[in-house]
Design a protein around this ligand. Structure first.
Ligand SMILES: CC(C)(COP(=O)(O)OP(=O)(O)OC[C@H]1O[C@@H](n2cnc3c(N)ncnc32)[C@H](O)[C@@H]1OP(=O)(O)O)[C@@H](O)C(=O)NCCC(=O)NCCS
Length: 198
């Protein structure tokens, strides 16, 4: 197995949207998520909407040079007026808002096909997404449960900001996690990913 990591543009991510939604459906089908067709359709729409956001960044993992996509991750600049930002900001204290919100990046989604999990792909996607971002902090929400995702984030330095978080219309509780990003000056020169022409 030779996994290739490819950085998408909004246009190339749109062309691969069907495959990406397929990964989402496969990765979130099992417990504790148990997401089905309605959630996959909703994700299709939100992914389309998110591709237009400032600093949209998406990386996919492909098995071989012309094999299937097996994982993806994406995020964008987290800004006032966005559904997620506004709900999270509303629950934060003034101190938390000042600490985490200015110049932040939202890690919106991460998923690896079940057959490919546990081989380091999710970790690679995570590290490559955050490497070289211009933002000061990164934020995400994840289900409040002992998932593989929670273990991954904990190992990679994410800190708990808010727990027992109920998004509008949701029934499950989430946590909000945050991480400082390295200052821009300390980033290595150049980016390791060049495949913007898919
Ligand atoms: C979360 C997810 C993307 C991880 O992908 P992955 O390719 O299996 O992750 P990796 O193999 O790189 O493992 C990364 C870390 O996750 C944790 N992890 C992964 N699988 C694990 C398992 N079976 N048991 C315990 N920890 C596990 C470990 O902390 C691991 O650390 P390591 O890098 O030191 O080994 C994948 O499990 C997935 O798609 N889950 C369903 C969707 C999801 O939860 N997305 C995140 C929503 S916020």
């Amino acid at each position: 197995m030779h996994i290739q990591y490819l950085e998408m543009t909004p246009a190339s991510a749109a062309r691969l949207s069907g495959e990406i939604v397929g990964i989402y459906a496969g990765a979130f089908a099992g417990p504790p998520y148990l997401r089905g067709e309605p959630e996959a359709l909703a994700f299709t729409d939100s992914f389309a909407n998110h591709r237009g956001r400032a600093d949209f960044r998406c990386i996919v993992a492909r098995d071989g040079s012309d094999g299937p996509l097996v994982g993806f991750i994406y995020g964008f600049a987290s800004l006032p007026g966005q559904w997620w930002y506004d709900q999270v900001a509303h629950r934060m204290t003034t101190e938390q808002q000042a600490r985490w919100l200015p110049f932040s990046f939202e890690l919106a989604e991460l998923a690896v096909l079940p057959a490919y999990q546990g081989r380091g792909i999710g970790g690679q996607l995570h590290d490559r997404l955050l490497n070289g971002l211009q933002q000061r902090t990164a934020l995400l929400s994840t289900m409040q449960a002992e998932t593989n995702a929670m273990a991954l984030y904990r190992k990679r330095g994410w800190r708990l900001i808010l727990s027992d978080f109920l998004f509008a219309g949701a029934v499950r509780l989430y946590v909000i996690l945050g991480r400082d990003l390295p200052p821009r000056a300390s980033r290595p020169r150049g980016r390791p990913l060049h495949a913007r022409n898919l």
